[in-house]
Design a binder for this molecule. Sequence first.
Ligand code: NI
Length: 208
Amino acid sequence: MSVGMRRLVQVTVGAIAGLVIAAAVVWWTVEPPPTVVRLTEAVASGPQVGGPFTLTDHTGRTVSEADFAGRFMLIYFGFTYCPDICPTEMQTFAEVMDRLGPLSDRVQPMLITVDPARDTPEHLAGYVSLFHPRLVGLTGTEAQIAQVARAYRVYYAKADVKGPDTYLMDHSAAVYLMGPDGRFVTIFGRGVTADRIAEQIRTRIVGG
Ligand code: NI
């Protein structure tokens, strides 16, 4: 290898290492470490993820996990005032439904808010309708949201508080796939593609 070539390789490797470190920093900043640790532990040690909940849907109806029995539940915890990640994931959910075609009847996509104070049923109704007619928005009391978040090992906390109605929410950004029996199937990291989710669901419905 010539000196010039070696230098080029060194610079390239250095640049790639820099990008990886930068990406890791962004990841840990956006995604608080406790979440990742908890999720990793949950998946690795296999304790129960999910379980019973009682919430209010975007039409104002009281619902529980039993109302969705027999369908795969595609669940995301977020909030409607989220500037970027949440809308992207909801767009992904819409694409999953479109990709599944008729099989989408077997799937219930849902957004569970971690910001029940602002995400009233009425507010959620306007939000979910922006993405997909089958998307369900779920809210509840602070206690109900805390309970379901605990059951799914979800982290959330107020951030950037500038006033009683002006704040953001830090929250874990994983996508949960629960089976028709209500049991945990798998979890997808932030930014998962619609193709990947749709393929995982299709495989479980029609076999791989
Ligand atoms: Ni968000």
